[in-house]
Write a protein that binds this ligand. Structure first.
Ligand SMILES: [Zn+2]
Length: 435
């Protein structure tokens, strides 16, 4: 099985023909237009003039809902949505039913991913049993299982108890693991909190979720990471305050060289703001909530300057009957896999904040490194696995939620025009998306 992708601009830079055989990049030749510079007769030829070739994207934060909520998403449909978004690997969050808090549960998710065969589904393990925040889950057994779990998170819930967080950080250090924290101080922002605390939450009469409830947990956790000499990852950063803390922590960690802080931002926190809640549309209910424009600006700048390492979708599919409620009663979360690259293209590339090499860094190289995925986020170079995403950088399109491959329809981008679109995805040389 072989394919040649002809005339694409690699990372938006040099133009070349990329020849793939048996899942590996075999040759990268000077593009000579319609006749290939190489003598290879590939079984498939992709004309890619004007397109950008990126390493396959890696999502640190996906909710696939299986097992337990197969009416919202399955590993198969989530994998299809991921492939359509240019992803070749996704980390599946642990808040399923049952929770991924044992080696068996992690292996089950891994196997479901392999059966689907469209992206490498890497299970995230729960930090605590049943996400209850009290007793550590089987971290070591999950790490030693076939699933080789390295990222642990109680996402959806914060590991609120500092002692539990400290123990978890100490534990995962032994095998190079990392704790991905959903930073939400439960005493400052209890579960019902659903709107950024400010004038709009007051106007709408919605329970406020103050930015400081995130900031204080980020501050606590970076100090715990330093104290334990371990690695903490801040999931879905949403405030300018967190950005300041992370910037400081990274400068300290760099000096010490013994601990590490990394962070991700979602596409929706890079573009959408609190004002959207004025219509009480539960599509815009997400945790952490959409923030004011000042926060959004700080997040964009932090992603551009490397303070925030990665973009992660927090793809959170929900069945209609869980989302179509009064705002306070609706489920938290929005779809993200299929549109992530387009949002980053629209927000970061069109504005000049990132070039395509920068997009490859924040959506592939950095997330793969954080998760310890050695087969992803690689250079586009001879001998490397052919995990690739082909992007039309100038394609502008109106998002239609009914075009989705996800089972769910809670798509906050419906009706918006985005620029930059994935047109093809390959997982180890196998076409997983695109005609
Ligand atoms: Zn979360």
């Amino acid at each position: 099985m072989s394919v040649v992708i002809k005339g694409a601009s690699i990372l938006g830079q040099k133009t070349a023909d990329v020849y793939v055989e048996d899942g590996v990049i075999r040759e990268i030749g000077v593009s000579t237009g319609s006749t290939s510079g190489s003598d290879h007769s590939a079984s498939e030829v992709i004309e890619a003039d004007g397109l950008v070739l990126l390493p396959g994207l890696v999502d640190l934060h996906t909710h696939l809902r299986e097992p337990g909520r197969e009416d919202a998403e399955t590993v198969l449909t989530g994998s299809q949505a991921a492939a359509a978004g240019g992803f070749t690997s996704v980390l599946a969050m642990a808040n399923t039913n049952p929770v991924t808090d044992t080696a068996e549960a992690a292996e089950r998710v891994l196997d479901l991913g392999r059966e689907a065969g469209l992206v490498d589904v890497q299970p995230v393990g729960a930090v605590t049993k049943g996400l209850a925040g009290e007793e550590l889950a089987e971290l070591g057994l999950m790490a030693r299982s076939r699933a080789r779990v390295r990222v642990f998170s109680d996402d959806g819930k914060c590991v609120g108890d500092a002692r539990v967080m400290r123990r978890a950080l100490e534990y995962v250090k032994a095998f190079g693991g990392i704790i991905s924290q959903h930073s939400q101080d439960p005493s400052l922002a209890p579960h019902a909190s659903c709107c950024h605390e400010g004038p709009i939450s007051g106007d709408l009469g919605l329970p406020g979720w103050p930015g400081v409830a995130e900031d204080v947990i980020v501050a606590r956790d970076v100090m715990l990471a330093r104290h334990t000499g371990s690695r903490v990852h801040v999931a879905h950063v949403s405030t300018a305050g967190s950005v300041e803390v992370i910037r400081w922590a990274k400068s300290q960690a760099k000096k010490d060289g013994t601990w590490e802080v990394t962070a991700e931002v979602t596409p929706h926190h890079l573009l959408l703001t609190t004002d959207l809640l004025r219509g009480y549309d539960p599509t815009y209910k997400v945790n952490p909530p959409l923030r004011p424009a000042e926060d959004v600006e700080a997040l964009r700048a932090a992603l551009a300057d490397g303070t925030i390492d990665a973009v992660a979708t927090d793809h959170a599919p929900h069945a209609r009957h869980d989302k179509e409620h009064a705002f306070v009663d609706a489920a938290f979360g929005m779809l993200g896999l299929e549109t992530a690259l387009s949002v980053v293209g629209t927000v970061m590339v069109e504005s000049g904040l990132l070039d395509w090499a920068g997009v490859a860094r924040v959506m592939s190289t950095a997330p793969a490194a954080i998760a310890g995925l050695t087969g992803h986020g690689r250079e586009i170079a001879v001998g490397e696995p052919a995990n690739l995403a082909l992007v039309d950088p100038s394609a502008a399109y109106v998002v239609d939620r009914n075009d989705s491959l996800s089972l769910a329809r809670n798509n906050p981008w419906h009706g918006r025009t985005l620029t930059g679109r994935v047109v093809g995805t390959w997982l180890r040389g196998k076409r997983t998306f695109g005609a």
